[in-house]
Write a protein that binds this ligand. Sequence first.
Ligand code: NAD
Ligand code: ZN
Length: 377
Amino acid sequence: MTAPLRHAEPIVVKVALGTRAYDIVIGCGLIGTLGGRIGGLRPGAKCVIVTDETVAEHHLAAVEAALKSARLESSAIVVPQGEGSKSYATFETVCEAIIAAHIERGDLVIALGGGVIGDLAGFAAACARRGLDYVQVPTTLLAQVDSSVGGKTGINSRHGKNLVGAFHQPILVVADTALLDTLPKREFRAGYAEVAKYGLFGDAAFFSWLERNWQDVFAGGPAREHAIAVCCRAKAGIVARDERETGERALLNLGHTFGHALEAACGFSDRLLHGEAVALGMALALEFSAHKGLIQASEAKRAAAHLAGAGLPTHLKEVPGGVPTADVLMDLIAQDKKVKRGTLTFIFVRGIGQAFIENNVSAADVRAFLDRKLAGA
Ligand SMILES: NC(=O)c1ccc[n+]([C@@H]2O[C@H](COP(=O)([O-])OP(=O)(O)OC[C@H]3O[C@@H](n4cnc5c(N)ncnc54)[C@H](O)[C@@H]3O)[C@@H](O)[C@H]2O)c1
Ligand SMILES: [Zn+2]
């Protein structure tokens, strides 16, 4: 008999937030250990798993089995998949179900899914019974490298995305990289934009590593685990230093000013996924940096070439259905609450891996840049 293949030991990244500190555990095939890990933190806790229909189909049974094997009682709340579930209506459904399941202080909410579920379940955990503990089990690449870490939770308002929410840190994040094998390729690729973001804003060596190894990250195995761990380490450090985004945490928004405007222009539909919008937004942000003489044009081109090589959009003309005028894009940027007295905060780079926050960028400059890009420059 051949011995089963053994995965490397899980990687543990600590989020140092004093009494609210927690671990992010990253590894391939970790889901079977979830019950033991939760039981170790909250012995005998009753668990309610919040997930979406698609994730439930693929992974709910394994999570339930893992909890059962550690003799933890669990029930599940399954909501429709998609951004539409970050709504007041679904939030109400989830809170009511948590209360009906008699989840009390000392029990746990488990967010099993992508960023939508993490944000929704985390917010419900922050509010139900004035605050319950929760565990993030992220199942998309975006959620494993970004949304499951850092405690930003919330739902959407009719005025915009994520406008109703709370900071509420999880007590544990378990990122099983094997769960990503069932993720549609397009979703994986979109999440990869956020992986590349970590290189572009703060880690030139990681960006070079990604240029050489991105295909292995897509394929799975140790390269994927390594990449996710690098991102989580970077995010954990930033969150520990600037939990509420009064400074440095804003660097994580590289590419997001243009990205959010483009996403909004597409009605947050699957015409343009968040990560696709971020890839395009980062390509534009680097080009804008080059236009301002902050970096060589060749550096901006190098960044865009990598994103494009991985199959992500980097030109406005690649937005399916076309892009609106600069006026409309500027209105959308303003709605993102980032324009004050004709200036906005923007993340520029001085080089790959050297992003910085600039508070007084003239909206007119941004507009002129967009006009040039829309004219095909
Ligand atoms: N809280 C934060 O810090 C933060 C950061 C970034 C993004 N976000 C939020 O995250 C959300 C986007 O997250 P997302 O991209 O993960 O989207 P998502 O949660 O909608 O997941 C994308 C799609 O993949 C499916 N899916 C998830 N895991 C799967 C799996 N393992 N196998 C097969 N299908 C799977 C889902 O059902 C869904 O259809 C947005 O609402 C955004 O605002 C939050
Ligand atoms: Zn993002």
